[in-house]
Design a protein around this ligand. Structure first.
Ligand SMILES: [Zn+2]
Ligand SMILES: [Zn+2]
Ligand SMILES: [Zn+2]
Length: 104
């Protein structure tokens, strides 16, 4: 009776109670910062329209989502390594982890 080997993956041990969404350590490590703005400042400055906005949970930076032409939120992740952004649209809370590349 040998249980699983030593390489138990961190995410597996943190499985969410309902089992629907695998846990994201990046999200767990975050103290969410409230959004610092209601617009993508870079798009506003450039006169570009965005599809959706997300707010960085690490610093509150608001930028346009990956559905938008400029993808400033992704650029923010590349610059800062801040891993998780939360959608600003109304409705259920929706977080995107850029490291896991999936909703968390
Ligand atoms: Zn993650
Ligand atoms: Zn933008
Ligand atoms: Zn950030």
């Amino acid at each position: 009776m040998v249980p699983h080997g030593p390489s138990v993956d961190l995410d597996a041990r943190r499985a969410s109670p309902n089992g629907a969404t695998p846990r994201c350590g990046h999200l767990d490590a975050c103290e969410p910062v409230p959004p610092g703005s209601a617009v993508c400042r870079e798009c506003t400055a450039a006169g570009t329209e965005w599809a959706d906005l997300v707010a960085c949970l690490s610093c509150g930076w608001v930028a346009c989502s990956d559905d938008s032409p400029e993808r400033h939120a992704y650029a923010h992740y590349e610059e800062t390594d801040h891993p998780v952004a939360r959608a600003l649209r109304p409705g259920p809370v929706w977080n995107w982890c850029y490291v896991h590349r999936r909703p968390v």
